[in-house]
Ligand binder design. Structure first.
Ligand code: NAG
Ligand code: NAG
Ligand code: NAG
Length: 308
């Protein structure tokens, strides 16, 4: 799969913002003004045929939340506009959910034996093997989350002789194998049952069939016949691509962990509040993801450029 090139042709993107300021000035004005659309899409320069969904959340001093969601531009080549319901494939942002699902497994005191961030993969995944014997025996859960197994991407290889980490999708497919391996629950169902459902993220799905049937799935848009020497942002003939990772509703799909998450800004608004609230449900304060898991995941691990 040429995943990166697939993502590059998707003109519709999901943007998320968190408001950093608590000033009264900001509290009185809406965050999302209509002229922001022009700035985000920069339509004149980029000629984009697509659109974006935007969610902004701000924790207020009274420990409530101020939230705004809005769609800009076109969701589909037929002229359907983006709304807060428009569903987008979030691509590799899906990988966060492999890591959090693993964090829930690590926190699960009913698992026997327990697993931990620094557990070696070879000790509990019977099928696991890398070509390098040291990497094969020593790689830990945290290593596979941090692109530091030494295994290259294969589907789109970047020059990487100066960096010790090598981005690849395969280790995230491995992480998505942990829930079925350790609990018998397929990855998509595990994320749904333990993260999405408790938070009320009811529009989110790993199944493109469900997204298509809702009528809200944005088209991936391509531009045919553009002479990029003349104008790299030429509009050309716009056409819709079928969803890059079709899924009829079957859990256990090899693409789900690395990029299968489909969501809208209504659900992302809940998700942003949950992350900023360190794993607590934004409305009732119940812990959905333990705080230490969120903190662990939010901490830098791999040094990408070793020279000081
Ligand atoms: C925790 O482990 C138990 C025992 O394997 C399993 O039944 C349950 O679904 C797991 N829950 C989570 C959130 O991992
Ligand atoms: C999601 O669905 C559940 C069950 O139908 C409902 O109780 C909940 O309010 C919904 N959440 C949102 C944010 O709409
Ligand atoms: C693209 O544009 C350049 C510059 O005008 C031109 O030289 C080239 O022949 C064009 N390519 C095609 C395939 O039309």
């Amino acid at each position: 799969m040429h995943l990166l090139s697939q993502f590059l042709i998707l003109q519709s993107v999901l943007l998320l913002f968190t408001a950093g300021s608590n000033s009264n000035h900001l509290q009185q004005r809406p965050f999302l003004l209509d002229d922001i659309a022009g700035r985000i899409l920069n339509a004149q320069d980029f000629n984009t045929p697509g659109g974006v969904g935007v969610a902004v959340v701000q924790k207020t001093p009274e420990s409530g939340w101020r939230v705004e969601t809005k769609g800009y531009g076109l969701a589909k080549v037929d002229g359907t506009r983006v709304t807060e319901d428009t569903l987008f494939g979030i691509g590799s942002n899906s990988k966060l959910f492999d890591v959090l699902a693993t964090g829930l497994l690590i926190s699960n005191s009913s698992l026997s034996p327990r697993i931990s961030w620094d557990l070696k993969i070879a000790s509990f995944v019977p099928e696991w093997k890398l070509m390098d014997p040291t990497a094969s025996s020593q790689t830990t859960i945290q290593d596979v989350m941090s692109h530091r197994t030494g295994m290259p991407r294969h589907d789109f290889i970047f020059p990487s002789d100066t960096v010790p980490d090598i981005y690849n999708n395969h280790m995230y497919t491995l992480l998505s194998y942990f829930p079925p391996l350790l609990t018998g629950i397929p990855f998509e169902i595990y994320v749904n049952d333990f993260i999405l459902k408790p938070l009320g993220m009811n529009s989110t799905t790993y199944f493109s069939k469900t997204a298509v049937e809702s009528g809200h799935l944005a088209d991936g848009m391509g531009r045919d016949g553009v002479n990029q020497t003349e104008d790299v942002f030429g509009l050309g003939r716009v056409r819709a691509y079928p969803f890059w990772a079709p899924n009829e509703g079957n859990p256990g799909n090899v693409l789900s962990g690395l990029g299968g998450f489909i969501s809208n800004v209504k659900d992302m608004e809940i998700w942003l509040q949950t992350l900023l609230g360190e794993g607590r449900h934004p409305a009732d304060g119940e812990t959905v993801i333990p705080e230490d898991v969120i903190r662990r995941v939010a901490s830098g691990v791999t040094i990408a450029i070793p020279a000081a």
